[in-house]
Write a protein that binds this ligand. Structure first.
Ligand code: UDP
Ligand code: MG
Length: 268
């Protein structure tokens, strides 16, 4: 069975259309399926629409009383999903259900996580730039080279999805969290659409939230069990710099010059 997990927060205009599109494409695939909608505390009536859709027995709806964030919504979806493959996509019609077979094809080659890569991304220029910056920094730090860490359309083996512990801004780092646990991660180019209804929940300002998160992730993933490898390196570099400066000043002093009033002494 395949499980589709869709986090939604105030997407009332999109949700009915997405549901139809999903069912149409899932039928074509010909495998048994379930669709798990996670309503992330919507206040625009999205939940009522979902409750109506839920009358179809392949659909399950779960909801938070209050908005918790995409990471938390995905986590709840992963807990509830029962399929062998779990596929996520955004609830705003930007990710296309017709691309699901591409991800399944790739997964059959043996990959645990297949990420969508929005090669022709239809978002604002600010978002494109901040995303490019984020993807390159993340790739450099972790050595997991992906074009697009944060595409909503992704496929996971059941084990990979259930192994994740996501909160806060962590949905942006899923590929590397999975990679860090030893799951194989790859990407395939997928189509992407403009947002047609409602508003994006993550604007350009997200870059200021992404940057600190990159460092949090660096510590959580790489240095959690060996903090001195990070702080020791930084401390070691400063120690060497100080030693060089003081050595230089000692020589100057031995040659008869006074050094007591030089700022560099304090710096050293
Ligand atoms: N979303 C969510 N909780 C939030 C913010 C967003 O469940 O707190 C959902 C949202 O409804 C959409 C997906 O996460 O289905 C991606 O959000 P959005 O389209 O706003 O992000 P963008 O595509 O602009 O990066
Ligand atoms: Mg979107």
């Amino acid at each position: 069975m395949i499980s589709i997990v869709v986090p939604v927060f105030n997407e009332k205009e999109s949700i009915g259309e997405l549901y139809k599109d999903l069912v149409e494409n899932l039928k074509k695939i010909g495998k048994s399926y379930e669709i798990v909608f996670v309503d992330d505390g919507s206040t625009d009536g999205t939940l009522d629409i979902l409750k109506n859709i839920e009358k179809n027995d392949k659909i399950k709806t779960f909801s938070f009383r209050k908005n918790q964030g995409k990471a938390e919504a995905l986590m709840l979806g992963f807990q509830k999903a029962q399929g062998d493959y779990i596929i996520t996509l955004d609830g705003d019609l930007q990710d296309k259900p017709k691309e699901i077979p591409k991800l399944l094809e790739k997964a059959k080659e043996g990959w645990d996580v297949v990420c969508g890569w929005r090669k022709m991304r239809k978002d604002s220029i600010g978002k494109l730039l901040s995303s490019k910056f984020f993807n390159s920094i993340a790739s450099i730090f972790w050595g997991l080279r992906l074009h697009d860490y944060n595409c909503g359309l992704k496929l996971y083996s059941k084990e990979a999805a259930k192994s994740l512990n996501l909160y806060g801004g962590m949905h942006r780092f899923i590929p590397l969290l999975a990679h860090d646990q030893g799951f194989s991660v790859t990407e395939v180019a997928v189509e992407h659409d403009k947002r047609q209804y409602g508003k994006s929940k993550y604007g350009f300002s997200k870059i200021w939230k992404d940057l600190p998160d990159i460092f949090t992730m660096l510590f959580l993933v790489k240095y959690r069990q060996r903090p001195l490898h990070f702080f020791g390196l930084v401390g070691g570099l400063f120690m060497i710099l100080g030693a060089i400066i003081l050595m230089y000043l000692s020589i100057v002093w031995l040659m008869g010059e006074s050094i007591g009033r030089r700022p560099i002494l304090l710096f050293g």
